[in-house]
Design a protein around this ligand. Sequence first.
Ligand SMILES: [Zn+2]
Length: 179
Amino acid sequence: MRFDAGWFSSARRCESPHFNRRPFGEISLLVIHNISLPAGCFGLPYIDQLFQGCLDTEADESFADLAGLQVSAHFLIRRDGECVQYVSCEDRAWHAGVSRYSERENCNDFSIGIELEGTDTEPYTAAQYQQLTELTRALLAQYPALTAQRIVGHCDIAPMRKTDPGPSFDWERYLTALG
Ligand SMILES: [Zn+2]
């Protein structure tokens, strides 16, 4: 079994307090993001800290803007391919913000959010594509309302605010690998 109560067996579990119940219990959209903290720096502990609500905002001057921010995602895939999970897929993580998909607002209600450690301009690693493909396949098998046609970027559901996962993300490579 790949999931236990919404937790992926291959992920390192790092629980976030930033979640609540899905209002309709529906899981029918996958949202791909990117994140790096500080911007453009990889392999540091700050993403875990941000999602866990314990970011040391003194650690970098750019973190002042993040003080008190309550955000999370279900998953993070690091540059080396490590998969970290912060929120059970059965619960609502706080990754999409103000958003709309196909005339429906509040995509957090019905989506799963996957963060790729990266930026809009730096190519993602082969290990990330491999882990993302494995995770996506497992999610599609587990949640029947999720389909390969219902995978979007954050930029697609919040186009005026967000650009991630950016031009650096090779959608064709990803979707082809999904098969
Ligand atoms: Zn995003």
